[in-house]
Design a protein around this ligand. Structure first.
Ligand code: ZN
Length: 221
C-alpha cells in the first residue's frame, strides 16, 4: 500500500469527450502521413493473433506489443478469463479461429490485477463476485503453493501467473480449439504476464499447439 501511495498518479484530467474526437482527427492525420493507403489496406482484416486480455486500461494489446490496427484481434474482460459459458468470449474465439484463421491465441494477464486481488479477499463486491469465483477456483487448485507464500504481493502475483496458466488450459478445452486441433488446423495457444511497472511481458512457457498437456477426458478424438 505504501509503495502505491509514493507513485506518481497518471493525470487523466485532460481527457474529455471532445478531446477523444479531436484525438481521432490527429490519428487520421498521422496514419495518412505515414501511409496514404493506410485505411484502404484495412478494408479487410487479416490478423494472425487473438489476444485475450484484462480490461485494465493500462494493458492495451496494440501499444504494449508495438502493433497496429489490423494486426491483433482482441477480447478483453476482467482478469483475462476463459469461461466455458461466456458466449461473448466463445463467439470471439470461434470467429478468430474459424473465420479469421488466426495462428496464435495469447492469454495475457498482468501483475497487480485488481480482479485477482479482489478474488483473493473475502470481501463482497456485488455481481462481479460470480465472475471472480472462477479465480477463487484457481486459488483452490493451487492452494498449497499459494498459502506457502508469506508476502501478500508475491502471493497475488503468483496467482496472476497461475490464473493465466489455468486459462490457457481452459482455452485448450473449448470445443473450438479441440475441433481445430482435431481437424489439423495450425493453432498455438500461449500465456503471458505483463508488468505495468516495467512494461515487460513474461512468457509463462505454457505454449502448446496440441493436446499433450491436457488430461485425456478433455480431448476430442
Ligand atoms: Zn487486470
Amino acid at each position: 500500500m505504501c509503495a502505491q501511495e509514493k507513485n506518481p498518479v497518471h493525470d487523466t484530467s485532460h481527457i474529455t469527450y471532445q478531446s477523444l474526437l479531436d484525438g481521432n482527427e490527429e490519428f487520421i492525420k498521422h496514419a495518412l502521413n505515414s501511409d496514404p493507403d493506410f485505411f484502404k489496406k484495412l478494408a479487410i482484416q487479416n490478423p494472425p493473433v487473438l489476444w485475450i486480455g484484462c480490461a485494465d486500461s493500462r494493458v492495451p494489446a496494440n501499444q504494449i506489443t508495438n502493433t497496429n490496427p489490423g494486426e491483433i484481434f482482441v477480447h478483453r474482460n476482467i482478469a483475462n478469463m476463459v469461461i466455458h459459458t461466456d458466449m461473448n468470449m466463445l463467439s470471439v474465439l470461434d470467429y478468430a479461429v474459424n473465420v479469421l484463421r488466426v495462428e496464435h491465441v495469447i492469454v495475457t494477464g498482468h501483475y497487480g490485477c485488481g480482479g485477482v486481488v479482489a478474488a483473493m479477499s473475502n470481501k463482497e463486491f456485488g455481481l462481479i463476485d460470480n465472475w471472480l469465483r472462477h479465480i477463487k477456483d484457481v486459488y483452490r487448485i493451487h492452494a498449497d503453493e499459494l498459502d506457502a507464500i508469506k508476502d501478500e504481493n508475491e502471493r497475488t502475483n503468483r496467482l496472476v501467473e497461475l490464473n493465466v496458466v489455468e486459462n490457457v488450459y481452459n482455452l485448450c478445452k473449448t470445443s473450438i480449439v479441440q475441433n481445430a486441433w482435431k481437424n489439423g488446423q495450425e493453432l498455438s495457444v500461449h500465456g503471458w504476464v505483463y508488468s505495468i511497472s516495467t512494461g515487460k511481458i513474461t512468457d509463462m512457457n505454457v505454449s502448446t499447439s496440441n493436446n499433450d498437456k491436457l488430461d485425456d477426458v478433455f480431448k476430442f478424438k
